[in-house]
Design a protein around this ligand. Sequence first.
Ligand code: FES
Length: 334
Amino acid sequence: MPKITISNANLEYICEDDTLARAALREGLGFPYECNVGSCGNCRFELQSGEVVHLRANPPGLNERDIARNRYLGCQAQPKGDCTIKVNLRDHYKSQHLPRKTEAELAGIDDLTHDIKEFRFNLKKSNLFLPGQYALLSLPGVEGARAYSMSNVTNLGDEWHFQIKRVPGGEATTSLFDKIKLGDTITIDGPYGMAYLREDAPRDILCLAGGSGLSPMISIARGAAASPALQGRNIEFIYGGRSPKDICGEGILSTLEGYGSRIHYHPAISMPEGAEGWTGHTGFVHDIAEMLFGANLPNFEVYFAGPPAMSQAVMKMLITAKVPVGQLHFDQFY
Ligand code: FES
């Protein structure tokens, strides 16, 4: 069993059939990470002795300078024996609910739009998660695990739901949408992610979502609606798509206590041509947020998730609006 020594923290842990970052997180160590799929580069560490192999060839989170400095990605590196590494652990990355792998059976599927489905899995070994967190799904016929956010809130931790948008030609969503059947079993590893609901934040909540970003924002809204600490807080939810057929979420939010009084849903489409009868907003998610809340934006705790172009535009708008960075919560998957 490979032993990993973190030289600058004077710590050791075992990493067997796992990546260096995930094995550390399972032990309750604050190994830095974000995307868990080799994209963001947050999990870089320096290999001082020993040998590792990356799961993903040429991961985008590592550049030539990193390679020259003997740096690797914790979320991709598996040890070939004992290793000594240097990495700055931070409590921020410690998981309240330790991530673990378990088998999970597909127990339900529902259509939310023409290309978004909700997949409901029953875990063989239950585990809790915080609203807004994500899991790694290992799917049949798909190389490497894929990150998807949960849409529900856990009470017993035995059911994890995911709202996922089909990616045309995408290996993982083709497997989920076309191949996996009710009763089939996959492996789920989680929970992960730092973009979870802050119940101690004394502010109203703004959720901004597009595409599969619906899933973690629905979880945040559900968690906030149920949280005793957040009962006095408003929840503003903006969901954007291209046309009316892409829009969903109101049916779920309208079942929450406080919908219409302290919980408000603002749908938006970016391509209004041919959308006769549309009564929601027209524009991009970041523009609608700015139009609705303008100078009040710094008073919100903001959660956002969606395609890269949407997330980047939202981030730019929020920084320009002077929303403190500590009030912004998102996971970078790209
Ligand atoms: Fe490893 Fe993002 S590259 S967590």
